[in-house]
Structure formats: C-alpha cells, structure tokens
Design a protein around this ligand. Sequence first.
Ligand SMILES: NC(=O)c1ccc[n+]([C@@H]2O[C@H](COP(=O)([O-])OP(=O)(O)OC[C@H]3O[C@@H](n4cnc5c(N)ncnc54)[C@H](O)[C@@H]3O)[C@@H](O)[C@H]2O)c1
Ligand SMILES: CC(C)(O)[C@@H](O)C(=O)O
Ligand SMILES: [Mg+2]
Ligand SMILES: [Mg+2]
Length: 347
Amino acid sequence: MAEMNFGGVVENVVTSKEFTLDKAREVLKNETIAVIGYGIQGPGQAGNLRDNGFNVIVGQREGRSYEKAKADGWVPGKTLFSVEEAVEKGTVICMLLSDAGQIAVWPTIKKHLTAGKTLYYSHGFAINWQDRTGVVPPKDIDVIMVAPKGSGTSLRTMFLEGRGLNCSYAVYQDASGKAKEKTLAMGIGIGSGYLFETTFQREATSDLTGERGALMGAIEGLLEAQYNVLREHGHTPSEAFNETVEELTQSLMPLFGEKGMDWMYANCSTTAQRGALDWAPRFREAITPVMEWLYLSVKTGEEAQISIDSNSKPDYREKLNAELKAMHDMEMWRAGETVRKLRPENN
Ligand SMILES: NC(=O)c1ccc[n+]([C@@H]2O[C@H](COP(=O)([O-])OP(=O)(O)OC[C@H]3O[C@@H](n4cnc5c(N)ncnc54)[C@H](O)[C@@H]3O)[C@@H](O)[C@H]2O)c1
Ligand SMILES: CC(C)(O)[C@@H](O)C(=O)O
Ligand SMILES: [Mg+2]
Ligand SMILES: [Mg+2]
C-alpha cells in the first residue's frame, strides 16, 4: 500500500512495487483461474494472466468468441472449455460474461461454487443489484472484484506495451481470510496500472454513470451537437469534423492526457483560452442537471434494469449492432473515415 495525495485527499493505492508479480504468483500458485466469457475483458485478462505465468483456463460457449479463443491459442479440452466445465475445473471463477449473460448463466455457475472457491468480478453490477439479477453467492466462498477502468482491448494492448490500465478493487465476501491478498494478486496478474479501493456499490454506480456520461454517451452527444450546428451554418463536413473530433483526438486530448487540462489550454492561443474559460462554466451549468438525472437513474437501479431487459433478449447483439451501424453511417462519422484515411501515417 502507498499513500498518495489526490487533490488534497490522501488515498491508499497498490502498484506492482508494493505487490510484486512474484508475490502475486505465490498467492495464486495453487489456483486454477477460470476466465468465464471471452468477449472483450476475457481476452485481455486471460492473455495477460497467461503471459504473467498464472494457471489459466477459459470457459466460453460455442460461437464467434469461442473461435476467437482458439485463434488466440486456447486449446479445446486443455485450456478452453464450455462455461460449465471451466467453472467446475476452476478455483478462481472470473465472471467475464456480459452482465446480462451472468444472470442467465448464474444457476449453472452457482452449482460449482463449492466451499473454498473464489468468485471474481470486473464490475459490481451483478452483486450490487442482486435484487434484480438474482446473483446471491454461497457464504463459504470469497467474492472479490478487480474492475479495469477502461476497455479490455486497452488492458491487453497497454500490457503488451509495458503499460497498465488502472483498476479499482473490492472484497464483498471473505470466507477464507485471504480474500484481499487474492484480489490484489489478481489485480497485478491482469496487468493493472495502479489499484484503488472501492466497494461493489460504488464501482457499479460510478461505472454506469461514467459510460453513460463523460466517457461515452455525453461525449457523443456533445460532439454531435457541435458538428450539427456547424453544418447547419454552412461549414463543410471536413471543417466541421476537424473542428469537433480530429483536432480533439489527435492534438488536444493527448495534451491534457499527458499533463492536465491547464497544460492543454496553455498550448492553445490566448484567444482560445479566453473563450474556453468563459464558456466552460456555461456548459457545466447546462449539463449538471442532466448529470444529476443520470446519477439518480443509475442509483435507483433503473439503468441496470434497462440494461438487463434489453441485453437479455435473444436478439440483443443484433439490435446493438444495428444501432452502432446507424452511428457509423451518420455523415459525421463517415466524414471521419475519410479524414482518418488522409492522415499522413495512413498514406
Ligand atoms: N467491455 C469492457 O472492456 C469492460 C470493461 C470493464 C469491465 N467490464 C465488465 O466485464 C464483464 C465482461 O464484459 P465484456 O464486455 O467482456 O462482456 P461481453 O458483452 O463482451 O460478453 C462476454 C461474453 O459473454 C457471452 N455471453 C453473453 N450472454 C451470454 C449468455 N446468455 N450465456 C452465455 N454466454 C453469454 C458472450 O458470448 C461473450 O463472448 C462485465 O461484467 C463488464 O461489465 C467490461
Ligand atoms: C470500458 C468501460 C466503459 O469503462 C466499461 O465500464 C464497460 O462497461 O465496457
Ligand atoms: Mg467502466
Ligand atoms: Mg461498464
């Protein structure tokens, strides 16, 4: 544990300096880690654990994801199994099915959660809203979480680049008395940057807020709004897209990702600084009521229910893909395809 000052608030964090990879391997040396679900987090976490020398198997139903697991070197009958077989063989069961899928499969999973096993999550959803998911683990197992704060795709690419994605961690149930060290060992094993403590409830509510808000939903809404206004006032798709997205991702976000928002501002003109400083609070005032509305909808469980109802339908994937295709086909994002092709590195 290291104490760090986060804007005046001291928090305890864990990195591989405090909790080494060797220590993580020692803690989990007698475990068979079963990664259940090979969608987005599954490949990232299973690949990083395997590369870090842990004993890992994968459980995935037949289909596209199963074929991807085979292509990634998981061997049917040796390291790749059906969901039920992998849960039976595993001692640390990593629930990396979709959140809705976890509900459907829970009766099968629960059968094999025998005393002494560990149930591991990467999102607090199933446990936090167990009144809606029906996921109530047996009392004689550990229930833990390491939640990557980013895509499983990034978890893997960053690991291969020698970097790490930050993760939160929590212990919901500690039947063994060793749940926390197993949690930290898993966090280091999947290639975390630094680990910060949370609870299943805090992670579930902040995560649903973030992905509906600043990380995905709100950013899409903001970018569309600006692009549309520019186009309605006669600006070309090229100018509207460059002024809304391309400059943001290629120039300005890397600056504020590197050294903070003031650094990005300081690297823009004084004209831009004056205007942005004047308009930021106006946008904040306009958006805060929507953010409050969002948080309430998450906290009451309404957002979780919407996700459960829609993503439990047999055609959930087709419906989501149809909406993503509609996004892809928007003029704004079609313009983006052409802009990306024109990047010097793509020619
Ligand atoms: N996507 C991310 O990068 C990300 C980031 C942080 C946390 N998480 C959490 O990690 C967990 C896994 O997320 P994901 O995005 O990798 O999942 P996903 O939506 O990609 O689904 C993973 C797998 O679950 C399987 N599945 C879905 N429904 C099923 C069902 N009814 N029966 C059997 N299998 C079923 C699918 O075949 C798929 O391969 C979730 O709890 C999620 O909230 C995901
Ligand atoms: C990658 C995200 C958005 O952080 C994750 O929470 C998810 O649900 O995919
Ligand atoms: Mg998230
Ligand atoms: Mg999420």
